[in-house]
Design a protein around this ligand. Sequence first.
Ligand code: SF4
Length: 308
Amino acid sequence: MEYFYGPVPSRRLGFSLGVDLTPKKSCSFNCIYCQLQIVAEPRMKRSFFIDFAKFKDEFRAVLSKNPKIDYITLSGSGEPTLHKDLGKIIKALKEISDYQYPVAVITNASLLQRKKVRDELKEADLIIPSLDAPTAEIFKKINRPHPKINFYKIKKGCIKLRREFKGKIWLEIMLIKGVNDSLDSAHKFRKVIKRIKPDRVQLNLPVRPSAEENLVPDLKQVEKITEIIGQDVEVVAAFPKNKKLKQAKIREEEVLSYLRRRPATIDDLSSFLGINISELLKYLTQLKDKKKVKVKSEEGIKYFLIND
Ligand code: SF4
């Protein structure tokens, strides 16, 4: 499959059928915590990246297997709003699936200032925009954006989206040690959030391997930040381990396709594939020997990554 992966157990969305619209790391940012582990030139130009007929065929093939899906999620390995005609794509996903599943879009919010992009997003049910900084200076440090983007445009775009969008908005903040995790930042975040008025705020932590290391803040500090920001905040928790997909055998392409998009722990992969951990470990060791995957430790936790 070129455009779909999963459904994967997602920390926030249950069983999420991932939709990957952009070529790897086509993004307007170059975040210090990016799991794609690539330093690429940020881009702002929107394009129609996919073969639409093939996209629809692949989606029908996914549905024919009758998978458990809680959300169809546009995210993948780049910024989905860089894809032109996003509204047409969301509409197609809904029509083909007989409006059975809600569609979520995970976005870095960089294009929300554009009316056209906000109009296209109206077709979705849930939008999860990122806002990792409460000030312009911190924004540049964390998100390392395309020169045409600034913090004020992002904030304005989120406020306008809230006014116009009828679905749910969950604002995501990635907390980075020593950059946006001070109590002063927390108070500033609180002010910005009050203006945006999302339905929820989700604090995320950069626990997965990225190009930079030691980014995870102290958990006591995270608790204090949660208290300052207020009631509708949650720290995004790990996906419950008892939710398992039934699947008989390990398929190499499925494992590699998952790892191509995000590094994973053995538990992540076990939940995704519904395969027991010892069997999976043997299989991953073989893939490691064939140099198809590699292992990296972060905060004492082992992650499997694609070996590009
Ligand atoms: S917005 Fe997402 S894809 Fe883009 S650089 Fe940041 S983490 Fe990576």
